[in-house]
Design a protein. Structure first.
Length: 286
């Protein structure tokens, strides 16, 4: 495993992305904010990636309307042009919570570069700001990489995740313009904003959600899924697989807690259903 740091002072984040995106087979980017200038910095790299990558995903946050509508529209249009590219939005979170991750995952021949830190997909995050990002390079079967993909999947399959359409983007554009005009002052009392926000939330209910694919199952999650029977089972019954999982992960001394954690991740993804009292059943066949 190799660990390095990127702060935009000694190494610009954009240079790391420019080198990594074009040579990656699978690209997954989960960020809170995206800007047009940020997208422009990786535009050429993305063009190269579409020739070789199997999948390119963007999980974009819309909290506080800080993601620029133009950048969101650009991502959506790219997804229409190229079916390798997917744009997924988090429509909202519970009050007083903000979607705020910066997680980049690049897989090349089962060697993964994971970047976790403070850089959004903006000009500041990739080039101008002083940031703090850690790059972890390891095998896709390494536990730290498995955990990174678990976090990504929890973000991707959050109940409020939606696949945008043009109407969704149009409503969001109006909300963003009104937010900037009012500068967040008295928005709660703004009748137009309240009406638009209600329309936006109603629109979200009609949109499709991401579908789980085999590409989402990495490391621990993949190994656990392989062992899940097609009929109902209990957590205690699943513990019978502890010896074989211990052989795969000899340094892990907490196999049973890990099993429980992975079952919960699969539940959150909608792959299995919790029937209560440690009982489970498969709900999606991947």
């Amino acid at each position: 495993m190799k660990v390095t740091f990127v702060d935009n002072m000694s190494i610009p984040m954009v240079s790391v992305l420019s080198e990594t995106i074009p040579i990656s087979d699978d690209i997954r980017i989960a960020v809170a904010f995206v800007s047009i200038k940020g997208m422009a910095l990786i535009e050429e790299s993305l063009k190269l990636a579409t020739n070789s990558a199997n999948s390119i995903e963007f999980l974009v946050g819309l909290d506080m309307n800080w993601t620029e509508p133009g950048a969101l529209k650009l991502l959506y249009n790219l997804s229409l042009i190229n079916n390798k590219i997917t744009c997924i939005c988090l429509s909202s979170l519970k009050p007083y919570y903000t979607y705020h991750p910066k997680l980049y995952l690049f897989n090349k021949g089962n060697k993964v570069k994971s970047i976790i830190g403070s850089s959004n997909l903006t000009e500041g995050g990739l080039k101008k700001n002083i940031e703090a990002n850690v790059i972890i390079e390891a095998s896709i079967d390494d536990e730290i990489i498995s955990d990174a993909y678990d976090t990504y999947n929890r973000l991707k399959y959050h109940p409020q995740r939606v696949l945008p359409d043009q109407e969704f983007i149009d409503i969001y554009t109006q909300l963003a313009k009104l937010t900037r005009k009012e500068q967040n002052k008295n928005l709660i009392r703004n009748a137009k904003y309240a009406s638009l926000n209600k329309t936006f939330l109603e629109k979200c209910k009609s949109l499709q959600r991401p579908k789980v694919t085999s590409n989402d199952l990495v490391g621990w999650l993949k190994n656990i899924y392989k062992l899940i029977p097609n009929n109902e089972f209990t957590t205690q019954q699943f513990y019978t697989h502890e010896p074989e999982l211990a052989k795969l992960y000899p340094n892990n001394k907490n196999i049973r807690p890990k099993i429980r954690q992975q079952l919960q991740v699969l539940r959150d993804m909608g792959v299995i259903k919790h029937l209560g009292r440690s009982r489970w059943i498969k709900s999606e066949h991947i």
